[in-house]
Design a protein around this ligand. Structure first.
Ligand code: HAS
Ligand code: CU
Length: 552
């Protein structure tokens, strides 16, 4: 009895090994990427210069690629792989082998691209916009990462499909369903970036073609770039919807609402890339307008998420006798890092999401586009809401996978870490938002632009960013200490993988939610609707194309 119970509540040790392999790469990227981030804020303050001829843009590229692409992709794949194993049962040998192949492909690609950045052959930033031209090995490495992630994701889909086959007519376990939605969204989205890398950037960097169509490549990039940010967000939502209720001792407000919000993300994440190209010439404003409308559609599942979380907290609070509008706040388990750390991520997502809605509003985007406000926006969304949630997940998942315990001391250090992060980010991201409103550009090394008054006014904010960056670096050291402790040194034991239960168990999720033909069909239709005509227009009216530039 005990055995079958623990088999159902523990991730299979063979699966745990693959998840942990992902986490080692992810936390390695965090260590290196964090150091690069610190250097950047110091350079931009004007008080420090990089030694040994290292370039600002080289460091900026390393930071963006390591944090935005490597840390996230590896953490997410490791987490989702474990979540599927925990809720849909251990992966088969075939699925596990697939997972390992994906993992090694991604790792090889990371090493290829990373080496080129460190050799200063690819200082093209994490968006690698043409006509900046990197070494071909950089683009080939990115191809390996993307293809590897497809193979890695296939392992999750295989195990989900096996569960469905063995349990006909039943809704799949919530966490598995969510992981598969995110993987499917990722696969549909990465087709865009794969297309520009394989058909445009690789041949061009190899010298097979001379010129590149810049607008086509940027459009394909942003077809991928917006769903990319939801690929980061949805694992955090998996924790908020399905794990946090269990940790606090409450219930999931509604299983069906959670599934519906994930389906809405699949439908509306992709046909919205133009909101990153609102100032770009060569795209008809009518199509920009349409994609902005669709962007506001994709805000809805986040509002549903906020509603559902407040409902979970409120109903839990009432069950503990809390009274009044905010009485629930006091009874939440504030001493539990597994709750408090992700909660700080949630709280940050309220201003972070509001900033996103500002960006999406065409007229307001004209004020903030290409200013460091945007950098402030994604350090609140990705680098606070998402990353703090990932830290919170790792505090129970790493010991769960390594057969250890989250000790009282590490739990406390986790909460301190989150406060350090929160305070550092308040300085850094806050100053970035204000400096952006004052016109300070993003992606620019220290400059006073001939000592113009406007640029001199930015300096105090740049110093505030360096202060914040330094505090954040301290936060990175703390989280690395906790990670290493939980992976290697914490006492042996059983740490729970918490999985929430829905409040109303009679309410079975409608089976239409698992009708992939339907959802993929609507997804494809929306993409074709939003992109076909403007894309034809972009190609038909294309300028001659650009030669490559190496500005560093
Ligand atoms: Fe964004 C630019 C629009 C969300 C990341 N975004 C970026 C870039 C990144 C990024 C990396 O429309 C820069 C790309 C580059 O390098 O150029 N963003 C949005 C919109 C949303 C949004 C509409 N972004 C994100 C998320 C990201 C992310 C999430 C990463 C994870 N973003 C834009 C636009 C641009 C942009 C334009 C281009 C700007 C330009 O000019 O270049 C929405 O999805 C946001 C919806 C969110 C909400 C908040 C819901 C709140 C919840 C928390 C509840 C809290 C509770 C706790 C219950 C509506 C769910 C209670 C707490 C208490 C204390 C009481
Ligand atoms: Cu976007």
């Amino acid at each position: 009895m005990l055995n079958s119970y623990s088999a159902k509540t523990k991730v299979d040790p063979k699966d745990a090994k693959l998840s942990m392999a992902h986490f080692f790469v992810a936390f390695g990227a965090l260590a290196l990427g964090g150091l690069m981030g610190l250097l950047q804020t110091l350079v931009r303050s004007g008080k420090f210069e990089l030694p040994l001829g290292i370039g600002y843009y080289q460091v900026l590229t390393a930071h963006g690629v390591l944090m935005g692409l490597v840390l996230t992709t590896f953490f997410i794949m490791g987490f989702q792989y474990a979540a599927v194993s925990r809720t849909a049962g251990p992966h088969s040998n075939a699925a596990r082998r697939t997972g390992w192949i994906g993992f090694w492909l991604m790792t090889a690609g990371t090493l290829m691209s990373g080496t080129m950045i460190l050799l200063n052959e690819a200082s093209v930033l994490y968006t690698f916009y043409a006509p900046l031209k990197a070494h071909w090995i950089f683009y080939l490495g990115l191809t390996f990462v993307v293809v590897g992630s497809w193979v890695d994701g296939a392992a999750q889909i295989m195990t989900y499909a096996k569960w469905r086959k063995n349990n006909p007519g039943k809704p799949s376990p919530l966490l598995s369903f969510m992981a598969v939605i995110n993987t499917v969204m990722w696969i549909v989205a990465t087709i865009g970036v794969a297309a520009t890398v394989l058909f445009q950037l690789l041949p061009w960097s190899l010298g097979l073609v001379d010129r590149v169509d810049v607008l086509v490549s940027r459009t394909l990039f942003w077809y991928f770039g917006h769903p990319l940010v939801y690929f980061w967000l949805l694992p955090a939502y998996m924790c908020w919807y399905a794990i946090i209720p269990k940790i606090i001792g409450g219930k999931i407000f509604s299983d069906s609402l959670a599934r519906l919000s994930f389906i809405l993300f699949l439908l509306f994440s992709i046909p919205v890339g133009f909101h990153h190209q609102l100032t770009e010439p060569g795209i008809d404003p009518a199509w920009k307008f349409l994609q902005v409308v669709l962007t506001f559609m994709v805000v809805i599942p986040s509002l549903m998420t906020a509603f559902s979380l407040f409902a979970t907290f409120e109903r839990y609070g009432r069950s503990k006798g809390a009274k009044g509008l905010f009485g629930w706040f006091k009874v939440l388990p504030w001493n539990d890092a597994r709750f408090t750390v992700p909660f700080m991520g949630m709280a940050s997502f309220i201003p972070a999401g509001a900033g996103g809605i500002i960006n999406a509003s065409n007229q307001m985007d004209q004020v903030v586009h290409n200013t460091i406000w945007v950098t402030g926006h994604f350090h609140l969304t990705a680098a606070t809401s998402v990353v703090l949630t990932f830290f919170g997940i790792s505090y129970w998942l790493v010991p769960h996978l390594t057969g250890r315990k989250l000790t009282k001391a590490m739990n406390k250090l986790g909460i301190i870490q989150a406060w350090v992060w929160f305070i550092g980010m308040a300085f850094m991201s806050g100053a970035m938002h204000i400096q952006g409103l004052l016109g300070g550009p993003r992606r620019s090394s220290f400059s006073t632009y001939g000592d113009s008054q406007q640029a001199l006014d930015w300096i105090p904010y740049q110093i505030a960013q360096a202060v914040g960056g330094t505090i954040l670096f301290l936060g990175i050291i703390l989280v690395l200490i906790i990670f290493i402790n939980l992976a290697f040194f914490a006492p042996k034991g059983d740490e729970e993988f918490p999985v929430g239960v829905a409040e109303n168990l009679e309410e079975k999720a409608p089976m239409v939610f698992e009708n992939w033909k339907l959802w993929l069909g609507i997804t494809a239709a929306l993409i074709l609707f939003a992109y076909t005509i403007p894309f034809i227009d972009i190609i038909q009216n294309a300028p001659p194309g650009s030669k490559g530039f190496k500005t560093w």
